[in-house]
Design a protein around this ligand. Structure first.
Ligand code: ATP
Length: 365
């Protein structure tokens, strides 16, 4: 297994830049997820790592070796596609063993390695069955088995669960992560689904228009988004934003945003931009009769243990995730308290997070 190092990777397709100067390191044994909406450059990045697409510029190193100019088959990687084409006329055993047969591996070794992989994937009971009659989850396991059996340096997966129904998806997310824990192979996984990313990844890169907006652990990305884009892309509902002018924040940790006292992280004064957005996740807002920030309840979405309440305040519309047991009625005027250690500040003109006293001091929880 190996580290993957990507340096200033760029890809242009006849003048259109699909990937712009990406740099990141996937540490040996990490499960790394590239996350972003359709067209943001995830697959193109993955295809360059695989050797299926040549970069316009930049370098790719696998296990310390520069493979930028090497063909796919000269790189020791396994690629699991979304619609992995299994050989329909072969049984499960032959499908899994095929890459080894193609490499000229002796038959006895192929048999032993296929048995081992099938056990790992818990499909040893269907080894002799034809793949044509298999359900989606089992087909995907066979596809994974075919990738694992070669013991490559790393795995590349492009939306491998995209075609499965929701129930199988949840199961496979769990299985993939468990499998990763067992074999510890460096993995690059592409998805547009934030829940898949959050539940599987050691590290996530959130991409937008060919740019990596943020690279970090799921917790860093969710709790400390570096851009408004990431704050908005992650979370359901996403982070709320309240607009205000930085003059209000200077020299103080407590500001009055048009009458509502909100304690904000103190900004480094020489860097304080004029127009700011205060970001707060729905779960860090609670109902508080005494709060000065008030608004009218527009609606409530009951979710079982919690509910999402939409409140129109003078500062903008906020969504709060509150206990389902809290009683709210549409049209009611409620007070909202924001959990200050969980506030983020953004420069509205650039969309970037601002370093604050609390943030730099690590006081945010
Ligand atoms: P999706 O999940 O829809 O595949 P993605 O994030 O993986 O999205 P890419 O497939 O990497 O995005 O595509 C990034 C951009 O590059 C898109 O605008 C796409 O149209 C463009 N693109 C990809 N491949 C080519 C190509 N061979 N020729 C021209 N443009 C391309």
């Amino acid at each position: 297994m190996a580290q993957i190092r990507v340096e200033n990777l760029r890809k242009e397709f006849s003048g259109f830049t699909a990937v712009q100067n990406s740099s990141f390191i996937v540490e040996d044994g990490d499960f790394f997820v590239m996350l972003g909406p359709s067209g943001c450059g995830k697959t193109t990045t993955l295809r360059m790592i695989a050797g299926l697409e040549l970069p316009t510029s930049g370098r790719i190193l696998l296990g310390g070796e520069d493979v930028t100019m090497k063909r796919a088959r000269e790189r020791d990687i396994a690629f699991v596609f979304q619609l992995f084409a299994l050989y329909p006329h072969m049984n499960v055993r032959k499908n899994i063993g095929f890459p080894l047969l193609a490499q000229g591996t002796p038959r006895s070794e192929i048999r032993a390695r296929v048995d081992e992989v099938a056990k790992l994937l818990r499909i040893d009971h269907i080894l002799e069955k034809p793949v044509s009659g298999l359900a989606g989850g089992d087909r995907q396991r066979v596809a994974l088995g075919r990738a694992i059996v070669r013991r490559p340096m790393c795995f590349l997966m492009d939306e491998p669960l995209g075609t499965l129904d929701a129930e199988f998806r949840d199961l496979m997310v769990h299985e993939l992560r468990e499998l990763h824990n067992r074999i510890g192979a460096t993995t690059v996984y592409v998805t547009h689904d934030q829940l898949e990313a959050m539940s599987m990844a050691d590290k996530i890169a959130v991409m937008n228009h060919g740019i990596i907006e943020q690279f970090g652990s799921p917790r860093e990305i969710y709790d400390r988004p570096r851009t408004m884009y990431v704050a908005d892309f992650m979370g359901s509902p996403p982070m709320n934003f309240l607009n205000f002018h930085s003059g209000l924040a200077r020299g103080s940790e407590s500001v009055s945003v048009r009458g509502a006292d909100i304690v904000v992280p103190r900004i480094n004064e020489d860097r304080a931009p004029a127009d700011l957005a205060l970001g707060i996740r729905p779960e860090h807002i609670r109902l508080d009769d005494g709060a000065k920030l008030r608004g009218e309840v527009l609606g409530a979405e009951y979710l079982g243990t919690t509910q999402i309440v939409v409140v129109e305040t003078g500062e903008g519309r906020l969504k709060a995730r509150i206990p389902a047991s809290d009683h709210v009625t549409v049209g009611e005027n409620v007070g909202l308290a924001l959990n200050s250690p969980h506030l983020s500040l953004f420069d509205k003109s650039t969309g970037r997070a601002i370093e604050t006293a609390l943030y730099e001091g690590g006081a945010h929880g």
